[in-house]
Design a protein around this ligand. Sequence first.
Ligand code: C2E
Ligand code: CA
Ligand code: CA
Length: 638
Amino acid sequence: MERLVEQSMEVVNAVLEELHHKQQQLLFTQEKLFVLSKDTLKPVLKQTCRDIAKLMNCDRVEIWLFNEERTELTAENIYDIGSQGDRSGDVLLRSEVPAYFDAIIHKRTLAIDDIATDPAMLGLQERLFEENDHYHSMLDASIVLSWGVGGVLCCLSEEKRHWKAIDKHVLASVADMLAFMFDRLHRLEVEEHLHALAFTDTLTGLDNQHSFNQKVTVKLQELYEGQRGIFLYMVLDQFTDIQGVLGHDGGEQVLLKMAKRLRILFPDPALIARIGFDHFVIFSPVQLSEEKAVAGITEIAEEIRKPMAISGQEVYMTFSYGVSYYPDHVDNAKAGLQAAQVALEAARKKSSRKARGVYQPTMHAFMKENLLSEMNLRKGLDLGQFRLFYQPQVTCDTGEVNGFEALIRWQHPERGLIFPGDFIDLAESTGLITIIGDWVIKEAFAQLSRWQADGKGHLTMSINLSPRHFLHAQLPSYLLECAKQSGVKPQKLMLEITENVALEDHDAVKKRIAELRALGFSIAIDDFGTGYSAFIYLQHFPIQQIKIDRQFISHLDTDANSKAIVKTIVQLGKMLGLRTIAEGVERTEEWHALKEIGCDDIQGFYFSKPLPVDEINAILEIYQDNNKLFLPIEKVRA
Ligand code: C2E
Ligand code: CA
Ligand code: CA
């Protein structure tokens, strides 16, 4: 008996020793994987295949990756000990070897002692091996990426092998390292892609506002003595009407042609950006006097107004613009654009087409008007004229309502319902936004509390917080107090902030997010993909949700570019373990595309517009079943 125990201990020790040895070798390989980039991928794969061949004592090592639909495998590298050569690019179709595809997708490892007789190898042998190949045994380990099985690592042996548990274990570990490496590379690619996105206008390829401001700031520093800078803010006249006639695609073509013309008419070193739907801005260093510069622009304007051919039609496009000068009117990029915009708005008061204006300090009248509305805003607050409307957020797969986004409205006694687009900016610039935001927080919790009392405690709420409010010293304590008073858990509230928050003081934002997280609140990045490359900070900021901007959703099913972007963002979310939600879903096709992509949640007019609480409650009352409500309900939307 004692002898038997001794013998088995010997075996166990031998196995352990071998395992230890192999793991040490693996660690050595792993180190190389960390210094990986797209450029070094090939040599790293080649070297890795050689290492694996030695490690596993086999004659051929192959690394294959699936396409997205998993209908094809493509060889990333195939190393053959006999010829000492590598090759890549071979393609294997699912239709040729379905049993093999199923096996590697569903099994962690696939050990085949005898290739000739194994059913999983059906069809593979003829397809993969040449006449003088004499492989007897094969061991595969699937490469499991963050989103699922992404490929396979395959070892072939000419000798007949009986694969042991330790072989499988070791190969699976190596496959995991490969997966780690491919994930990392993929993530680098995604980040590059989003980075480009954050600095360009995706439609025209011009700069966006963010990069425009950055570049102008640099240019202003480079101006030499006596040189001035001119800011031009231009808006196409009645563009929505034109789009109505030409359709969406025609409208885009107009914008594209306009961008092209501007590029020709304002060559380097001028800077051009599209900063809003039909809003273009230009900065150009000039040597001229103001008069001459204005004359020059008038001439250029004539050129821009020449007819353009859009799908066989001649389209006449007019536009209006405002001008400001550096250093005469302003001392920085942001102020330059603002002053040019004020000049444009003042000119547009006189004429809605072909308006042009040069900034004058007397244009203060504008500010006065704003002051007036600020007073109104305060009055509205005091008189309790603000309301929250609620838009359902549903699970993408099922349409089940899991919560709502609260959107503010101003019920004005004379002007009727005013949307946030018309007053949030003003509230932000005057600082009233924190008072409004505090009201939103209180109201949101009060509503959650009412739902909770009504047996709908599973519902969550998202609210929008302005950057200024988000960093306000009292925000965390106020949030906590409201949660306590209402008896609702902080976990029920999602705070939506936009990407530009990340532009503020990095450390302050990070600290604030950590504080709020510690209290139990969740944080979402709103309008993701439009802004200021917050994705760079995504890894540093512990947020919980990415909200994909509407602009990518509205052409999701027809525009490959939008689809690629949404996919990328969803994948990024999965990699970082964040939930993704798409906003602005208006059509079934968009919903289906999002389901296919694997987005977690969605919201949009397709399911419901933002509604006052009475209407939301009515829907909940009529249609919910066992506290569950599924949208869209045709009857409700009708
Ligand atoms: P947001 O946070 O991106 O909100 C989404 C906006 O898109 C809402 O406009 C909503 O009504 C609209 N929307 C929702 N689904 C669809 C759709 O399928 N198609 C289209 N075309 N639009 C859809 P709303 O309510 O006018 O709000 C505009 C913005 O005002 C919000 O954009 C948000 O940034 C801001 N806002 C709203 N409420 C508040 C608030 O309480 N505080 C702060 N600071 N900002 C708020
Ligand atoms: Ca929002
Ligand atoms: Ca949004």
